[in-house]
Design a protein around this ligand. Sequence first.
Ligand SMILES: *Cc1c(COP(=O)(O)O)cnc(C)c1O
Length: 482
Amino acid sequence: MSLIFDLHRPGQTGLRLLGPDATAEATDLPAHLRREQPPALPEVSEPEVVRHYTRRSRENFSIDTAFYPLGSCTMKHNPKINDVVASLPGFAQLHPHAAEGDCQGALELMHRLEAALSEITGMAAVSLQPAAGASGELTAMLMVRAYHAARGERRTTVLIPDSAHGTNPASAHLAGFTIAEIPSAADGRIDLAELRRAVNHDTAAMMVTNPNTLGVFETEIQAAAEILHDGGGLLYMDGANLNAILGKVRPGDMGFDLVHLNLHKTFSTPHGGGGPGAGPVAVTAALAPFLPGPRVARSADGYRWAHDDHAIGRVHGFAGNFGVLVRAYAYIRTLGAAGLTQVSDQAVLNANYLQAMIGDALPLAFASPFLHECVLTAKELAKRHHVTALDLAKRLIDHGVHPPTIYFPLIAPEALMVEPTETESKATLDAAAAAFRAIVREALESPASLHEAPHTTALSRLDETRAARHPVLVEPLTPAAP
Ligand SMILES: *Cc1c(COP(=O)(O)O)cnc(C)c1O
């Protein structure tokens, strides 16, 4: 595999930034800002650049090329029409400093999206600012702190079940809280007896994912909310798994006070490539004054930015990741209430179908009914045949299936977390099930070949820590002569 730097040949050129005779002196740049040496960039022709990056892109796995059952990530097909809508010049080329009178359409879209997300979550108010799930969590935790402070209370602990996503404790810690872990019961759900023991005058909030990271619905969530509220704490929902319950049950009705949504999981923004996301936070009326501002308000003569005194401040520049908001709005309007409910119906059916097709080869880690994703375990294979969840995941790549999430949640040994999503056909699920079964058979018959997998990719097993510990970001080149 070559880097673009390997194609460097002095004198080759793809484009000219300045005229042939231009020098640094000919520009308006002040002398102290000018480079002394030309940058060490590779010199390559335009077709070489195009071919290089096209080749590289074809080595990537993507939702546009194959099945991608990466649990917890909701890697579903996102309708391309929503990209087209977000690319309309009126949205895409709108200047972030545009005067209110010149961007009424964009403000109206955000106002309407807030209303739609309020309805979907059963909450009173929404901020669209946070940039992703984790930043929604942090925003919510800062609001929890401000809420208690406004009531003259100092509460320093946030409770988090041991099945939680790692961002939950990280966000609570970043907001200045101490974390107390709640052990799960044998069925993978929150243990209410443990929760009762843990809640006290120091409890600021509990963070819960529902359905949780095993895909299991917390059936006693209202009782959990009561325990929290009786103790003066708040209940926060990590809404990353909203795909499972869209149109079925609402966080507000379950007793939650705050929830974040991942628009880049549930609401039609592709993710996984490091692009922008959005993690709006929806809250009850009691918490609405603490939302970050400014938010869009509607008045007699149109829409405007409204600033609120109690707000925790800004958590993102301008209007957040606006293009993501446009996609979400277009998606919600296209599907409507009936379509969104069908999303969760189909997501749950697909997960349960796929598990039924592979369950005798790879058992569930927790034998509880699950919704849109399930956690399988390779514990026995690892013990008896020295084939781990990692080996199975790597071998799936050779069958054209993206590996599921592995070794998460932490409470499941040798975990493979499978989330097919609602957008996959029965034929795709059948092919994936056949791949899973073939690999487990191979693990029993000739485990050695699995330890070397994948066999069909440009690179096979990578050293998982070397890239982080010894990054080589750029091959040094000799700078071109000035
Ligand atoms: C994805 C995810 C998050 C974090 O969301 P980001 O948008 O990646 O920051 C948090 N919790 C759960 C359960 C998730 O699946």
